[in-house]
Design a protein around this ligand. Structure first.
Ligand SMILES: Cc1cc2nc3c(=O)[nH]c(=O)nc-3n(C[C@H](O)[C@H](O)[C@H](O)COP(=O)(O)O)c2cc1C
Length: 439
């Protein structure tokens, strides 16, 4: 392996229909309920020795365009969304070494349920489960759970701190060796090794113990994606892996250095958390072909500006349909109680551009850094980025998930990365956390 190999993971934007209307997606509108394509995806990821798949989730149907759901339903924009923990279980059954990390939102699941769902996934996957801890982004999702709106942004992170404490304590409510399974005495579990947690917090209460039993990893892996100050702090405190999308190499390095410094200040070993950066590489046989595919993002965006603005509004809890497309973004006072770092990045990139041009430019380049080319040139670009940033890897995402686009990564790009020793060619460990800590 190279001096500093890096990790690979996949960001699945929602566990259901992907890329409706995109080429090479077969009979997706008929086949989507049974996630065979995702099982092929995770088998490909395991062949390519990825660390984990992160299944994104948001629990609502968008209504962020003219206060209507039409554009979301007609275009299949972030809907339908199956329950990620159900699809995660199928993925665990279809793989042996790949980590499976579903998203469970803190405002929707009681922490006892999250501890149980992820703990059970860790058991059925023999120690490969993780949990992507998110605090939500939309008031529409809050209204599905009897709330008028989500709590204030920083308040959500304060609540999430308690939430994680409850989940971790429940995972820890079974001591190692609690299951004695002594056939002579007939005792299955040693009562002295299973404990209540009696958690009485400002926001959450839970007695415990966790009734689903011990987790093979002890504590399943926690993933987090906070970009704001409070988001980074909770990630530095609890995350085993952070997924992030800062703008450009300098911001990626600054983000990682900041999180590592916060971890050290908290007495954690910074190497105990792997920061993976969102990347949507466009890979093709020739540079020209790859550039052509890359340019299609702008062609498609210019034809679908309303859909792009609606999608952006979906993750920033904004309805931009009332904005004049020719108004400079700097003159639109946009704020959000949703994904604050996502909005601030857009505003930074947009500057004084008219809204029309700003959204087209925003969606016509990849996350973090735009990486386009042949397998060899993309591998060199990824290697160079990691050298400058210092680690720890990439969370790959494609806008047009199809068996063909996935094959360009698993069978085109990754073999080149492996041949150069930049990513692993074989798993050394059975548990997700151990594979994350391998390098
Ligand atoms: C790679 C990545 C994956 C994310 N996945 C989800 C998700 O599945 N569900 C969700 O509600 N938010 C998700 N988020 C949003 C984050 O949880 C967080 O709300 C967002 O990064 C804004 O954080 P901030 O408010 O701390 O700036 C994701 C963000 C990133 C960068």
């Amino acid at each position: 392996m190279a001096a500093n190999p890096f990790h690979l993971a996949w960001f699945l934007q929602g566990s259901s229909i992907q890329a409706w209307g995109e080429p090479w997606t077969g009979n997706i509108s008929e086949d989507w309920m049974v996630p065979d394509m995702f099982l092929d995806l995770v088998r490909g990821m395991e062949r390519a020795c990825f660390d984990y798949i992160l299944i994104e989730d948001s629990i609502y149907i968008g209504q962020n365009w003219r206060n209507s759901r039409d554009i979301f339903l007609e275009g299949g924009i972030c809907v339908p969304r199956q329950e990620p923990s159900v699809v995660a279980t199928l993925m665990a059954a279809a793989t042996k070494r790949l980590g499976i990390v579903p998203t469970l939102s803190t405002f929707a699941y009681h922490p006892y349920l999250t501890a149980r769902i992820v703990g059970s996934l860790d058991q059925v996957s023999s120690g490969r489960a993780g949990w992507n801890m998110v605090t939500g982004s939309s008031d529409y999702s809050a209204q599905n759970f009897g709330m008028d709106k989500l709590p204030e942004h920083d308040q959500r992170y304060l609540m999430a701190e308690e939430y994680i404490q409850v989940v971790k304590q429940l995972w820890g409510s079974w001591e190692p060796g609690a299951i004695v399974a002594d056939r002579d005495s007939g005792v299955l579990i040693d009562p002295a090794k299973v404990h209540t947690i009696d958690y009485e917090g400002k926001y959450y209460r839970s007695r415990g113990p966790l009734n689903s039993g011990p987790c093979p990893q002890g504590l399943p892996v926690i993933a987090q994606a906070g970009g704001s100050k409070s988001g980074r702090t909770i990630a530095a405190t609890h995350a085993d892996t952070i997924v992030a999308a800062p703008n450009g190499v300098a911001a990626m390095k600054q983000y990682r250095d900041d999180v590592r410094a916060q971890m050290a200040a908290l007495g954690r070993n910074p190497d105990d958390c792997k920061v993976l950066f969102l990347l949507s590489p466009i890979v093709a046989e020739t540079e020209d072909q790859a550039r052509w595919y890359a340019d299609q993002r702008r062609v498609s965006a210019e034809k679908n500006i309303e859909a792009r603005l609606a999608r952006f509004g979906w993750s920033t809890n904004l309805d931009l349909s009332g904005c004049d497309l020719d108004t400079p973004v700097s003159q639109l006072t946009l704020t959000t109680n949703g994904h604050q770092s996502s909005l601030s990045q857009f505003l930074t990139r947009a500057g004084d551009k008219p809204l029309r041009q700003a959204i087209v430019d925003h969606v016509s380049v990849g996350y973090c850094v735009d990486v386009v080319g042949t397998p060899h040139s993309v591998a060199s670009q990824m290697d160079e980025i990691m050298h400058e940033v210092g680690g720890d890897g990439f969370l790959l995402v494609l806008g047009d998930v199809s068996r063909r686009s996935v094959a360009t990564i698993m069978d085109g790009l990754v073999p080149v990365l492996q041949q150069r020793g930049l990513t692993r060619r074989a798993y050394q460990h059975a548990h997700l956390r151990d594979n994350l800590l391998e390098f």
